[in-house]
Design a protein around this ligand. Sequence first.
Ligand code: AMP
Length: 508
Amino acid sequence: MCRLVTDYLDKTAARFPDKTAFIDSDRSISFSELRSEAIIIANAIIARGIFKRPVLLFMEKSVSLVSAFLGVAYSGNFYSPIDVTMPDDRIMKIFEILDPALVITDKKHSDILRSIDNDADTIFIEDIRHAVSSEDTVTTNLSKVIDTDILYVLFTSGSTGMPKGVIIDHRAVVDFIDWISDCYDLSDRTVFANQAQLYFDLSIQDVYAPLKTGATTVLIPNRLYASPLRVWREIIKHRVNTIVWIPSMLSLFANLDILRNVEKAPLRTVLFCGEVMPTKHLNYWIDYYPDVTYANLYGPTECTEACTYYTLDRHFDDDDVLPIGKPCRNTDSIIISEDGDLISTPHSEGELCIRGTCLSSGYYGDPDSTRRSFVQNPFNKNYPEIIYRTGDIVCYNDHMELIYIGRKDFQIKKHGYRVELGEIEAAASSVDGVTNCCCIFDPAGEKIILVYTGDISEDDLNAAICTKVQEYMIPSEYIHRQQMLYNDNGKIDRISLTREYVNNTPEK
Ligand code: AMP
């Protein structure tokens, strides 16, 4: 049995030393080489006297980034990978929250980091590649690590303008990887095509399932996803048989009718997670690949990756809604109505709450947000039992499968990216000349619209926002108003603004 993710690699490196573990556009690495690289990195970290502290990883998706994940884990510390293309403003906020003991980066990104005000020690991955290392130091440190120690912190959008660092421990990842490997027969014959960036929860099985099973993951550079044909070429070249992608990507293939003229791939398993999968696009895939296992996985970063799943076992018409199914192994779901009652019959809506080993222990350095979302199970008055309030509204269908209905708050998904509209509003409000603003979302066009008042042009506001938020959060449209619209409570009237600027919004 494996307690820590490093146990996975120890076993698999012994079982399949020469088998390819990861491939990127520059190199591939076997399990034994991966372990050696990780041990070297761990030694470099341990030599600095760092233990149980955050290590920020500032590198692009690559084999070296995976080695760094594991190096940090072998050293008894925890990592936080961040997007190297993020504006400096956001990088600075993450530094502020995480206060990393160490940054691991590569020479290519050293200039960006130099411009960020921080006093963390830095290791350049190139400088330690051939360093000597000792197993003993690592064994000593690892013997003090337990499975509830943090493995990583992933940053998601936060409504206050501060990103939220979701803490995930070793046992949550082991629990998820054990389940997904058993449920979908992942083995040393599995070849993944990784789509998600490694700073998103959707990449967890691409990184950790190979360590458990001996599978191989092809890390496809994200620039290729703009051209699905090039992605398909990689799939064919590496004989990929398993993908776990965001629905937007599968939809892109369907919208461009890519599967019609391309060589057949040896696909066995197609899983999707992170947002609603349009059934019409799923049916397109099923037309070309009828024998593949398809599943709709659901879960927030706070529940490691997926906490419910539905493996397709029947036909759905294009306008049917796909269930998000039932809880994954060792996980439980509760639906709580607006009045605080437990829902256990079909068609009544309520908030989905999750309990289980998969749960994060909270947001790093943010006890207030943690207390709001991670709460005592209201149906257990006898002992402490934490549940996570997902903010997602769901109900059961007649088969008692969970059906996703929508969000309770102002969190949206744009092309699979989780965005708190409040974070964009906080960024816009901080720009000189903006007096008031409100972000609304047009789901049909996946468009973020910023409505604002003040003395600044749309172009200038756009230029300022581009320096503060990640690319996918930048509004597609700016609407300048002389006066903001307020409701009877004196709050910005989001509903009326949405009705006015988003086409086809139903009257309430
Ligand atoms: P993230 O933390 O980026 O994984 O985003 C989590 C949120 O994405 C959830 O709270 C849901 O709102 C949404 N989500 C995840 N999976 C699904 C799914 N299969 N269907 C619909 N929405 C989903």
